[in-house]
Write a protein that binds this ligand. Structure first.
Ligand code: DGJ
Length: 384
């Protein structure tokens, strides 16, 4: 026992944060610590997603973890970055996979944007600039591989000033989609739209149907994909089925039926930052409350079926810091073998670029998700 604690302190626990850089490969998770990529630059993948993919790299088939997320090096106006890793500790920067279009001229004059968007009409170019232009909001990007089309589909929360709301940065409330044949892009924006809604009189925001803000994706065992999002002015969570291409709703919002094509979970509960995962056949939907960039208490809803009756399992966090999710907000849950891992953002609203990442192991006890805090831990099961 003493020996293994000593080994852990030597390999990980005794390293001061400034030593955890490119010259010494990481061999553990240190929640909230400075986290550099293998070039020694601060990892920029906030509000992100980690998942394992098999893809072609230099003519070879490789299986790696891929982390995509918001590049906040310019503060508010994010683009989407990608990183890859074989061990989940050390991450290679793979580039900016979704870039915002700087101007109308760039579509003609910049070869990067010209190759993606030259065929668009003037109207479509205007829509493109509204969606991913200089002042658009791009948040919480999430990625799926689509086996039917052998391509990659990137969804994100797309927002910005709307024609009726020119003072509020989140006046649009859309979900947007971009596609690429290669996992590391470039991704071509194709659409930004509202999603499913209810009109039964209980809609918390009936004048703005189908809003989508914080969002996530979920791929079920049968390859059916779903988009999970907060709607109704951040008051109600929805899960909607996507089409076979994963690029749109399975059924247009005007025709979609609650319970068949989508579900609305705990209306008015004011939850955001949704992450859906499945353990032992049961669906677990983790979310935060809605307090801007400030941490708050997480909650898990669970159900035996994806559109079924979700029950409130309460706060999954255990121990000191549980009331503020260990000063994080949920963004991704992924698996390393049989180990489920939580990834949360520790936002710094004054300097979004320096927002930190918190990786923590998840356990399931009596069919309830639980997250405990460790200041250092590794995938060999050592935790302090
Ligand atoms: C909380 C959300 O979860 C973030 O993605 C971001 O939209 C902030 N709110 C903005 O205040």
């Amino acid at each position: 026992m003493l020996l293994s604690l000593f080994a852990l302190l030597n390999s990980c626990g005794s390293l001061p944060s400034f030593a955890r850089n490119q010259s010494i490969p990481y061999d553990c998770f240190a929640p909230g610590d400075v986290y550099n990529d293998t070039d020694g630059n601060l990892i920029q993948a906030h509000g992100g997603q980690i998942s394992q993919y098999t893809y072609q790299e230099n003519g070879e088939t490789v299986t790696k973890y891929v982390w995509i997320g918001e590049d906040r090096k310019n503060g508010y106006y994010a683009e989407v970055n990608a990183y890859s890793s074989t061990d989940l500790y050390n991450w290679d920067f793979e580039g900016t996979i979704l870039k915002r279009v700087p101007s109308m001229e760039a579509i003609d004059e910049d070869s990067y944007f010209n190759s993606l968007y030259s065929s668009l009409t003037l109207r479509e170019r205007e829509d493109l600039l509204k969606a991913i232009g200089p002042t658009s909001v791009i948040e919480r990007p999430k990625l799926l591989y689509n086996a039917k089309n052998d391509n990659y589909v990137l969804w994100f929360h797309q927002d910005g000033y709307s024609s009726v709301n020119d003072y509020y940065r989140y006046g649009t409330g859309n979900a947007a989609v971009a596609v690429s044949d290669s996992i590391f892009g470039p991704y071509r924006f194709i659409a930004s739209h509202r999603l499913n809604y209810v009109t039964d009189g209980f809609n918390a925001n009936p004048n703005s149907l189908g809003e989508a803000r914080d969002m996530n994706l979920f791929l079920d065992d049968d390859n059916q994909a779903y988009i999970v999002y907060t709607s109704e002015n951040n008051k109600s969570l929805f899960i909607s089925r996507l089409n076979e291409d994963y690029t749109d709703l399975a059924v247009p919002a005007s025709l979609a039926k609650e319970g068949e094509d989508f579900t609305r979970i705990f209306p008015n509960a004011m939850r955001e930052a949704p992450v859906l995962t499945k353990y032992d056949g049961r669906y677990y939907l983790m979310s935060s409350s809605t307090t801007g960039w400030m941490s708050n208490s997480a909650r898990v809803y669970s159900s035996d079926t994806i559109f079924g009756k979700y029950v409130n399992d309460g706060n999954p966090c255990v121990g000191n810091g549980k009331m503020v999710t260990f000063d994080t907000q949920s963004t991704s849950i992924f698996k390393y073998g049989e180990q489920y891992i939580y990834l949360g953002d520790r936002w710094d609203s004054q300097d979004l670029r320096d927002s930190r990442y918190v990786f923590l192991p998840i356990t399931f006890e009596d069919a309830k998700m639980q997250i405990r805090y460790y200041s250092k831990w590794n995938l060999k099961g050592e935790r302090i």
